[in-house]
Write a protein of this length. Sequence first.
Length: 195
Amino acid sequence: MAISFALPAAVTGVRERRPAMSLFARPRDFESSVREELPVLYRVARRMGCTAEEAEDLVQTALIKAYQAWTRFDGRHLRSWLVRILRNERLMSLRGAKVTASLDAPEATEVAEPPFWDHLAVRLDADKLIAELDRLPDIYRDTVQLCDVEQMSYEEAAEAMDVPVGTVRSRLFRARALLRDRLGAVVAPAQEATS
């Protein structure tokens, strides 16, 4: 999977309204700042149930929105800010679309890329882990995706999901407990303390 990035034609006409002292004053700054976040955004989009093409489109739409809002970005937690925009765009697309997928269509059979956790891979069959992650309720799965897979801090994940930090902590605790119950105590409490 290779993700490339160039400023979309749709945003080249966006007028800059940035103060002269801003750290992020030019489109080039935007491009260089978001480039390293592209793989994360793509993985998050795939874990939200997007096909490869939908994930690319969703990331592109989120980047357009981010570019348009660049003047309002405070310069802190770029990844969580971008993930929040991505999640909001996905929710908007799900609300507005009537999903009618044909069973014989290739998109209907495509599966998101599996997450990979180094500390569990040695002790678990990856297929079993992925199946259990997919069985988690969305709020728990999203929290595990951001905190454990993407290794965001609690604060960054809270900002991305637009919830308090305490909610992230409790969701992560509950998600890990569910996984521990389902997988047979492979996720030890000592491992949880390091996250």
